[in-house]
Design a protein around this ligand. Structure first.
Ligand code: UTP
Length: 282
């Protein structure tokens, strides 16, 4: 599989978004806007920038707004065609025209690992990316490419599963998958172990996996073997832990900022950052 490019990106978006209730009662959290653009659109733009145009959404009940967002709205198009307001649709039209979308349904919320397994029919036997759209990754200060492109570059070199990591406060490890491993180049780790949501006293490090992955298709076999873990859910971290033991997983401290927009604090921080930096207009 050595020269296969990463062409497909999965967006697991079936979760309930309980941390953002009541806003997420009838609206997907992925549709929350940072300034004027929904989180999921930032994610799809990042995937396109990284060379992926086949976009798969794993949706659950109450997530139809995501499918509608990436479709034509004939009434709206008709209303604003030729008016000064047409420019507001330029970005989303570009995204729609550059991508192919596939929608899959996760009927039961059995965990992120299970959501990724739901995407297998679309992925087949090739490497693919995963974006969790509520983790918003900014353009780095030097204006180079965002996190997913950085992961693709490493995939081209290492040809194995790649995860994005960042250092978090030691007190917060119970919210993340945490890795340990040997640093093989600056900010790049050969993962030896990983654990999902450890309490601070049990965490091997403070290096947390964030919502950007490149996975090789053998991950599906590992996921099928993975038993429910933290929170009774099938965790991608547990499957990747096994891959790290039997094969190889690389973790990278990516360039750019990451905002946890699934939490109110992260969402507000991201809104202020994007508004002030002007990055929402990109
Ligand atoms: P989270 O742990 O953030 O859960 O899931 P959540 O339900 O979205 O949000 P909270 O914690 O209740 O506020 C991480 C990612 O995995 C997806 C979610 O949509 C989110 O992008 N996910 C999780 C699924 O698609 N299916 C699942 O069964 C679980």
């Amino acid at each position: 599989m050595s020269d296969i490019k990463v062409r497909k990106c999965l967006f697991p978006a079936a979760g309930y978004g309980t941390r953002f209730l009541p806003a997420t009662k009838a609206m997907p959290k992925e549709m929350l806007p940072i300034v004027n653009k929904p989180l999921i659109q930032y994610g799809v733009e990042e995937a396109l920038e990284a060379g992926m145009s086949q976009i798969g959404f794993i949706l659950g009940r109450g997530k139809r707004a995501i499918a509608d967002h990436f479709d034509i709205s004939y009434e709206l198009e008709h209303q604003i065609l030729g008016t000064s307001k047409e420019k507001y649709l330029t970005d989303i039209r570009k995204v729609i025209d550059s991508s192919q979308f596939i929608f899959m349904r996760q009927r039961e919320m059995l965990g992120l690992g299970h959501a990724i397994l739901t995407g297998e029919p679309m992925i087949g036997n090739e490497p693919f990316a995963v974006i969790l759209a509520d983790d918003l990754c900014s353009v780095p200060d030097d204006k180079s490419d965002r996190a997913l492109s950085q992961l693709v570059e490493l995939y081209d070199k290492y040809q194995c599963c790649i995860v994005a990591i960042e250092e978090v406060d030691a007190a917060d490890t119970a919210s993340y998958g945490i890795i340990s491993g040997e640093e093989v180049a600056e900010g790049i780790y050969d993962v030896s172990d990983m654990v999902e949501k450890p309490q601070p006293e049990d965490a091997p490090t403070n290096m947390a996996i964030i919502g950007r992955y490149i996975l090789t298709p053998d991950i599906f076999d590992y996921l099928r073997e993975t038993k429910p873990g933290a929170g009774g859910e099938i965790q991608i971290t547990d499957a990747l832990r096994q891959v790290a033991k039997e094969k190889r997983v690389i973790a990278v401290k990516f360039k750019g900022r990451r905002f946890d927009c699934g939490s109110v604090e992260g969402f507000v921080e991201a809104t202020n950052y994007y508004f002030e930096s002007g990055d929402w207009k990109l």
